[in-house]
Design a protein around this ligand. Structure first.
Ligand code: AMP
Length: 397
């Protein structure tokens, strides 16, 4: 069985064709500058990279080019589109409209239209991606896989905000979380790697990348997560502030002469470690700046690490214990100093990092970084969100 995974952005589209027998991507790539002059497709297959430069006025043009590459004599990996059994689409926000992976049909697409506003940059793009695939591959089975699904198990006391309950019911304003496919994947991988039943484990999964979120996974289900109604909440991120007193936003808007919309753009794009450091949103740059004596870069890193550590502590309390901490995504997989700072001082919880193992370079495989006498396992697990989307799609289609 072969599943095509599509992750559509407003002007970009990433794809992977996954062979479900081996669970490996046999081709992957992306289209850039859709709807803007200078479109480009980068396609990787057979250990080679193929680049096509051509204008891609619409997402349908982009999907058409992707399919052309997949069946191309040289760059292709299948002989015809019939070899694609189903298509899985990544969708960022589901609201209350979808609790789990859902087959694409007219009703599902009507609901997708209704929840566009929940992720104004991402959800409309997902609709474009689905419609483009339906135009180019009519009749092909497709599934909508939501970043939020894994968090649907959160109990009310964790997912609700302390606002008027009637407003929650009417407007569905509550914590939804994000990166659900990643949290689900690494929690499952942790149990598999440790040869333990996930139902017996209390796991904190730290997805630390340009966007970061931390989840409490107890008995295999998510009971809390750091992102909120939108991905702006939780720990400070590359350019996002993370948690902030909402009254401070009103105050900042007034002082800086920003509308609420501009204020939100500011919090999403100009804050986080970029805002604090004034250097970069990239942790590699921050570490280099800190090493060169930049105090604000050091402060940004300290704030990030401190916030992550607080979530690990909070979620240990929420779960009534801790068996595993998982680090994943760009920072989690590649930045020993962050893992060290986040786990440092948690010895009282039974967390003890092995400094030598922590210093090892990421090789794309799972590593156990815990000291021999650590009660809590500390794992680095490369995430694979596309594989979760493919698995969910295969299970449904
Ligand atoms: P992600 O959003 O998961 O792609 O993570 C991206 C972030 O990971 C970057 O902005 C960097 O701050 C951080 N990072 C640190 N080291 C690496 C690395 N070797 N490769 C990729 N990302 C890295």
């Amino acid at each position: 069985m072969k599943i095509l995974v599509i992750n559509a952005g407003s002007s970009s589209l990433k794809y992977q064709l996954i062979n479900m027998e081996t669970e490996e991507a046999i081709a992957k790539g992306g289209c850039e500058r859709i709807g803007i002059a200078g479109g480009k497709l980068t396609h990787k297959a057979h250990g080679e990279t193929f680049v096509v430069e051509q204008d891609l006025p619409t997402h349908t043009d982009a999907i058409s080019l992707v399919l052309k590459m997949l069946v191309d004599q040289k760059a292709g990996v299948i002989s015809s589109m019939d070899e694609i059994d189903a298509v899985g689409h990544r969708v960022v926000a589901s609201g209350e409209a979808f609790k789990k992976t859902t087959l694409v049909d007219e009703r599902a697409m009507e609901l997708m239209e209704e929840i566009k506003d929940l992720a104004p940059l991402h959800n409309p793009a997902a609709i474009l991606g689905v419609n483009a695939c339906r135009a180019v591959m009519p009749g092909k089975k497709m599934a909508l896989v939501f970043d939020t699904s894994f968090h649907q198990t959160m109990p009310d006391h964790a997912k609700l905000y302390a606002i008027d309950y009637e407003d929650y019911k009417k407007y569905q304003v509550r914590r939804y979380g994000a990166h659900g496919t990643s949290h689900k994947f690494v929690a499952g991988e942790a149990a598999r790697y440790l040869k333990r039943d996930i139902k017996e484990l209390k796991i904190v999964t730290c997805h630390l990348g340009n966007g970061s979120s931390i989840s409490a996974v107890k008995g295999g289900v998510c009971i809390d997560t750091s992102m909120g109604f939108t991905p702006l909440a939780g720990v400070p991120m590359g350019t996002r502030s993370g948690d902030i007193d909402v009254a401070a936003i009103d105050y900042l808007c007034e002082k800086k002469g920003m509308t609420m919309q501009e204020g939100l753009t500011y919090l999403n794009k100009k804050c986080g470690v970029l805002g604090v450091s004034g250097v970069s949103s990239d942790f590699r740059d921050l570490e280099a700046a800190k090493a060169a004596g930049n105090g604000r870069a050091a402060l940004a890193l300290d704030m990030f690490n401190y916030s992550c550590k607080k979530y690990v502590g909070a979620y240990s309390a929420a779960m009534g214990g801790l068996d595993v901490i998982v680090f994943t995504a760009g920072i989690g997989e590649n930045t020993p100093a962050v893992r060290k700072a986040v786990t440092d001082g948690l010895e009282y919880l039974g967390v003890k990092l092995d400094d030598e193992k922590n210093a090892l370079k990421n090789d794309g495989t799972i590593h156990d970084l815990s000291a021999q006498d650590s009660k809590v396992k500390i794992l680095v697990i490369p995430t694979n969100e596309e594989l979760v989307i493919a698995r969910e799609t295969a299970a449904l289609c």
